[in-house]
Write a protein that binds this ligand. Sequence first.
Ligand SMILES: [Zn+2]
Length: 258
Amino acid sequence: MLSIQPIPAFNDNYIWCISNQEKQALIVDPGSAKEVIDYLTQQQLTLKGILITHHHADHIGGVNEILNTLGEEIPVYGPKSNRIPQVTHFVDDTSPLVINELGIEAQIITLTGHTLEHIAYLIEGNLFCGDTLFSGGCGRIFEGTPEQMFESLNKLKDLPPTTKIFCAHEYTLSNLKFALAAEPNNRALQAYHAKVERQRKLNQITLPSTIENELKINPFFRCGQSEIQSNLRAAFELPSSLPVVDYFTHLRKWKDVF
Ligand SMILES: [Zn+2]
């Protein structure tokens, strides 16, 4: 049985710590070192590996200091990228990542869009998706095309509904404000927004979400819905018949300036 705990860093990042009963741990996207080292020390966990989703500094910035402090031999798993020189073990979606020591097998999912080399790790029904899918939203498209991001999100939509979503930021509340603008009459969204608002007032984490929840409330999963489509047609003066991916593209554009 794995335990998955958030280590907050910066303003709104979560560095996820996956550990087993033998107190062995993996860390996902350590953008900062101090919080990770403090947490592992407090919890008496032994770091057995670092998982990286993409090259942005708030995801890899702590790797060097963690290795300097806890041991240079700790493996760092990640996509093949000359922008992540710390990676010692390249992973891709052609084969699962097996970490024998922890008895963990991670399925790797290629998620192009936020960056060109972004990947996710699916471990026992838990998805570590970096900056691709957020609760109520999706990542900005910095390097890929909207078509690539749409395809990446479609891969995640097809995962089992019970899949838990461990994304890298606490963006849920601001995402839901936009989601309500796109689909104001979605009852499930209204209820989720009220719940998240309460949680954030108490400074509680809103994650993990699930695929099942995101299918009900995330506008980037719901570009086929008529309410979202008619709002996009009005906002962008779009023709009446468009492929869903074009609605997605305009929805992402709208969110960029929201
Ligand atoms: Zn990023």
